[in-house]
Design a protein around this ligand. Sequence first.
Ligand code: CA2
Length: 146
Amino acid sequence: MAQLIYVLNGPNLNLLGKRQPHIYGHETLADVEANCKALATECGLEIRFLQSNAEHQLIDWIHEARETAAAIIINPGAYTHTSVAILDALNTCEFPVFEVHISNVHKREAFRHHSYVSLRADGVIAGFGIQGYELALRRVSTLVGK
Ligand code: CA2
């Protein structure tokens, strides 16, 4: 059976492609999901692609993933910079965790330069647009694939 990979997206990413295209581009989260699913099929992986604006929901999905998944790819949105609770949840996971940011957070405001999630992430991708998700998925495929 294909290995299951959770792709988690945090607050406001449901607006992708609908606001601030100069920062986040024109493609929607549905486009990101379609790209990830196509690549996952190619790599023999199964994807659960999820988005929530609620911190507790993201934590519940991380708890679910720790029981069922082989890796997590997460764009925690602004919770990246604030959430010790998401870090704590990720610290309970024993598989690879990759952090993705569409924009280059290091080129932006100083408050975006620190990430709690990076204290756990096995790798971080920032500033590659939505292609960052596919790059992370290729890395996951190398690590956990057949
Ligand atoms: O660059 C990223 O992927 C971020 O994780 C996006 C977060 C931001 O708080 C992080 O610092 C960096 C914001 C997500 C908001 O997404 C929107 C997309 C389109 C329009 C409005 C918001």
